[in-house]
Design a protein around this ligand. Structure first.
Ligand code: ADP
Ligand code: MG
Ligand code: ZN
Length: 731
């Protein structure tokens, strides 16, 4: 496979857990950075792991928890989320439980009892529960293996989800000296990341940052024109599958949900104006597949771990790219191709600006970045990844409207842009986009006559275009920085330096025709290759039946990729079914027979061949799949730099990867090229110390005992290459 397994192999301790990964989860290999994060947990080394949604953060603490005799405590912000994770763990045969205030006393006592007897591997608690004197005391009396802080950005007031209850977690280090803390988040900003380590008082913490690119998501942005048609274009690509539609206002949520319902789609609304019972009911209906679509305000989504959301549509522009990344990121957690469409208008931008930005320059700059994302002619993946401070290497992502050539550009836009910008000049840079569009299209409204703008030279200069089109071009010019908006209540347009260059003909903006041309459904078929769709539907129903019998969410039975593999390979025997990714031992024992007999019956009746070969490409995990290719390139580059003796730091900078990743590449380099001399990467004076320590331990399999001897002055980054070279020597 790709580098994920290569990285795992240099990390001896995580590699030892591969049999458990197969046994309990049914997976064959680690995804990027999972092995590293697991190593930290095993070695009781404080860590912060930043990976995008769907990358598999839970596994980083769940799998190593099985290796400890004590209980791993997981702090998670929402009770519903904890419940689903516990259900999934128990379903896989792992002893896990949650403690929360809504539980009956007897159940709580039972959980405490299992902790005392060392029977429980994972305990989920909400922060407010953990912070009670009783819970802290109970944990102190027992053996705590580690604390895992999920959604750790909630501790930072710089984040978008600050929760005061998380603050008290800062005391854990003091209260449980010697117990390691591991923080997990998908929040990409370095500021939040650093704040997490500070707030939690982490010691010498290892920071692991993955790529933020969500390769399995197809991004599209379009001007909002006919909302219903635009929504249906996407929804109809995913019949009977799950999707989320975000609207800005409650009113819009209600009307969109009702309209879609009235024409036969199964939708439920969700917003803060509904009673909490109604909200819970609608959310559960979504999780349990009783409804396909949730139409919601941004109040919806936190704590929704549903893995098979096939699309997320924004009916209006979000207030920041941070928010967009978070919300759109709820699509495709299972790694299958999914789609994110944003419908925006310049009006959304102005509305947000009035609401948030008048006295708040930070909010204003977030909004501007958002508008820029909508209107600049650049790959959406690249724009998002670069916004979060990472490099993007692919020339063509193949998964966005820009790269797929779905957007038509205006031919010869220079003169058109000059007309628009000079109109802004003619009205003295004192009017907004709406008014400028009115002037350009020759409107006769009161405002125009009042200011005598029907007499300026640019009046009716674009009379052959609709006002909407012109307004759209103006928004694009704002988004690309040729025009700027100023003022609070009634923002006015003014011309930037870049805009003046356009007037002088020194630079030419790219303008998209609005709205976007018909959207091809790029690559949607890949993940379906070889899948018998009718069988897939049948197995989905079976999954739902089983889920209902056990009162658990459907995806805790099997995730969609597993159902697709089952409908693709169509195993006739339990043995064959056990080979499929996502089928662990417990699940095989509990549901295996039912799935195999449903498949057999279907195939016999429909004369469909069984026991087909696996399609390996499909089984690639999301973060490494297409990226695998470019990664090979990156690794090659790293190898040639190592060959020249470049330091880890230098190589990390040149290949634009985290030091931890680079250090992993070095391990692969050393073992693949049989390197025995670690001196280019390690201080000469510590090498003998490390060698002596390794000698004393007598085994090179685990780094932790060696690290214990050499102590804090030698980092893992220094330790690892020496041990890797020793391994080569003793091969
Ligand atoms: P995150 O918390 O990072 O958003 P999750 O922990 O919810 O992600 O995992 C997302 C999905 O990826 C889950 O369906 C999980 O079972 C799956 N997954 C995790 N690790 C692996 C792996 N090594 N191989 C295959 N699937 C995995
Ligand atoms: Mg998670
Ligand atoms: Zn692209």
């Amino acid at each position: 496979m790709t580098t994920s397994s290569a990285m795992a192999s240099n990390s001896a301790s995580a590699t030892n857990l591969l049999p458990d990964l197969k046994k309990f989860w049914g997976y064959d290999s680690f995804r990027p950075l999972q092995a590293e994060a697991i190593d930290c947990v095993l070695n009781r080394h404080d860590s912060v792991t930043v990976l995008p949604t769907g990358a598999g953060k839970s596994l980083c603490f769940q799998l190593p928890a099985l290796q400890f005799s004590g209980v791993g405590v997981v702090v998670s912000p929402l009770i519903s989320l904890m419940k689903d994770q516990v259900d999934a763990l128990v379903g896989a045969g792992i002893s896990a439980a949650a403690l929360n205030s809504s539980m009956p006393e007897s159940e709580k006592r039972d959980v405490e009892h299992r902790i005392k007897n060392g029977q429980l591997r994972l305990l989920y608690v909400a922060p407010e529960r953990l912070n009670t004197a009783a819970t802290l005391q109970m944990l102190k009396e027992n053996d705590v293996s580690f604390f895992a802080i999920d959604e750790a950005h909630c501790i930072s007031s710089w984040g978008h989800d600050f929760r005061p209850d998380y603050r008290a977690l800062g005391k854990l280090k003091e209260q449980f000296p010697g117990v390691a803390l591991h923080a997990f988040t998908a929040t990409a900003t370095p500021k939040v990341r650093e704040d997490i380590a500070v707030q939690l008082n982490l010691k010498d913490c290892q920071t692991l940052v993955g790529s933020f690119d969500r390769e399995n998501l197809v991004y599209r942005v379009s001007q909002r024109s006919n909302l219903l048609t635009q929504l249906r274009t996407v929804i109809d690509r995913y019949p009977k599958q799950a999707g989320i539609i975000y609207c800005i206002s409650r009113k819009e949520v209600e009307s969109v949900s009702e309209t879609l319902n009235s024409i036969g789609y199964r939708t439920r609304p969700y917003h803060a104006g509904l009673s909490s019972e109604q909200r819970i009911e609608n959310q559960d209906a979504f999780i349990n597949e009783e409804t396909d679509i949730v139409v919601a305000t941004v109040a919806f989504g936190m704590g929704i771990d549903k893995s098979n959301v096939r699309y997320v549509i924004h009916a209006g522009m979000p207030k920041s790219l941070e928010a967009y990344q978070q919300e759109s990121g709820r699509a495709g957690r299972d790694g299958l191709q999914s789609e994110c469409l944003m419908l925006y208008s310049g009006g959304d931008f102005m509305a947000w600006k009035r609401m948030l930005a008048p006295n708040n320059p930070a909010a204003a700059s977030l909004l501007e970045a958002m508008l820029k994302y909508c209107s600049q002619p650049q790959c959406r993946h690249k724009a998002l990844v670069e916004y979060f401070g990472q490099a993007f290497e692919k020339e063509n992502c193949g998964a966005c409207d820009v790269c797929n050539g779905e957007l038509n550009t205006v031919d010869d836009p220079l003169v058109l842009c000059q007309k628009i910008i000079s109109c802004v000049f003619r009205v003295d840079q004192r009017f907004g986009a709406n008014h400028v569009a009115d002037v350009l299209t020759g409107s006769k409204n009161q405002q125009i006559t009042k200011f005598k703008h029907d007499q300026v030279s640019t009046y009716n200069l674009l009379g052959d275009l609709s006002k909407k089109t012109v307004r759209n071009y103006i928004d694009q010019l704002v988004g690309q920085g040729f025009l700027a908006t100023a003022g609070g209540q009634y923002p006015t347009l003014n011309i930037t330096d870049q805009g003046r260059q356009v007037l002088r003909g020194e630079t030419t903006p790219v303008l998209f025709e609005a709205p976007a041309a018909a959207q091809k459904s790029s690559g949607q078929t890949d993940d379906w290759e070889g899948v018998d769709r009718d069988l897939f539907e049948l197995l989905r129903t079976l999954r739902l039946t089983i889920a209902n019998e056990n009162s658990v969410p459907a995806y805790t039975v099997f995730h969609d990729p597993t159902l697709r593999d089952l409908s693709r390979q169509r195993p006739s025997k339990l043995e064959a079914m056990s080979q499929i990714s996502g089928v662990g031992e417990k699940k095989l024992a509990t549901f295996g027979e039912r799935f195999v007999s449903a498949i057999t019956e279907y195939c016999n009746e429909n004369d469909v061949a069984m026991d087909q070969p696996a399609v390996t490409r499909i089984k690639n995990p999301p973060v490494s799949s297409a990226r695998g290719l470019s990664k090979v390139g990156v690794m090659k580059k790293a190898f040639s730099l190592f060959e020249q003796g470049a330091s880890i730091e230098d190589v990390a900078a040149q290949i634009d990867r985290a030091r931890s990743t680079t250090s992993g590449y070095l391990s692969s380099y050393i073992s693949e090229h049989n390197v025995t001399d670690p001196s280019p990467w390690v201080d000469a004076n510590v090498i003998p110390k490390i060698r002596a320590a390794a000698e004393k331990v007598g085994s090179l399999e685990r780094l932790a005992p060696i690290k214990e001897i050499v102590g804090d002055e030698v980092s893992y980054e220094q330790l690892r290459p020496v041990i890797d070279c020793l391994k080569v020597e003793t091969k």
